[in-house]
Ligand binder design. Structure first.
Ligand SMILES: Nc1nc2c(ncn2[C@@H]2O[C@H](COP(=O)(O)OP(=O)(O)OP(=O)(O)O)[C@@H](O)[C@H]2O)c(=O)[nH]1
Ligand SMILES: [Mg+2]
Length: 246
């Protein structure tokens, strides 16, 4: 039986130096935290994939998280980092208003280079309770100013882990819902067309009208569309000038 490839979605971390992008990446990848004294600024690209099973369905989705970090201090991040992103997490530190007030610049880069990406706002270092200087109201006001471009607002602590996994799961859920919507629209365009046209040559045709028939087509098209995008992103990263020019 053919194995179904789980659709992968490229998710990028964007934000000022030191706000905790690599810490979010580390929590995502292996649920660890590195303290200040052990820390080094990121000067490269890293990516890690993790599969999320959607609740109450047999659908699954892989978040492919990318971390750049630090590069913005020595060179501008190349557009290949943003390219083919399905989501961007705009990260700032709740104790650093400067990292919050420059977000519109990062947002501009996202909408320029990753125009289809869903955008999520993440206030990190939520554990530093007494030093928090950016309020929920300011986060909401920023979201409104951006014409509600934000698909989600989160507060996280990489130190304690609070809110981190919940944020990634919510992003996975939202991307999965978007995929379903896109797929439904896509499928509705093909309702009058022979479903065989949507299957690759030699692909066995399930009995028309059965749920197996529908889900096979759904999975096939999702798999192909998403795999194509993530392969392109990885290829662009390998071939493109993804390192700093220093
Ligand atoms: N208290 C606290 N410290 C954090 C948290 N997240 C990250 N840090 C610390 O903040 C510092 C910067 O974290 P990084 O994850 O390296 O930040 P970054 O955004 O990747 O930084 P660059 O790679 O330089 O852009 C480190 O000393 C972390 O230990 C958090 O949630 N709470
Ligand atoms: Mg980093």
């Amino acid at each position: 039986m053919a194995t179904v490839k789980i659709p992968a979605q490229k998710v990028i971390l964007v934000g000022e130096y030191g706000v905790g992008k690599s810490s979010l990446f580390r929590r995502f990848a292996n649920d660890t935290f590195v303290r200040a004294s052990d820390r080094q600024s990121t000067l490269g690209l890293d990516n890690f994939g993790k599969v999320y099973q959607m609740k109450d369905t047999d659908r699954a989705l892989k978040l492919q998280l990318w971390d750049t970090g630090g590069m913005e201090r020595v060179a501008s991040i190349t557009s290949s980092y943003y390219k083919y992103s399905e989501a961007a997490i705009l990260v700032f530190a709740l104790d650093r208003p400067d990292s919050f007030h420059v977000l519109s610049q990062h947002l501009l880069d996202i909408v320029t280079y990753a125009e289809n990406a869903k955008i999520f706002l993440c206030g990190n270092k939520f554990d530093l309770k007494s030093r928090i200087q950016v309020t929920d109201g300011e986060m909401e006001a920023f979201s409104e100013q951006c014409h509600n471009l934000m698909s989600g607002l989160y507060k996280t602590s990489c130190k304690t882990g609070e809110g981190v996994e919940e944020m990634f799961r919510d992003i996975a859920n939202q991307l999965s819902e978007t995929n379903r919507f896109v797929l439904k629209t896509f499928m509705s365009l093909f309702t009058l067309v022979d479903p065989d046209l949507m299957l690759p040559p030699g692909h066995p045709r399930p009995e028309i009208g059965t749920s197996a028939h529908r889900s096979k087509i759904e999975l096939q098209s999702l798999e192909e569309a998403r795999s194509f995008r993530i392969d392109q992103a990885l290829e662009a990263d390998e071939n493109g000038p993804n390192d700093c020019s220093c």
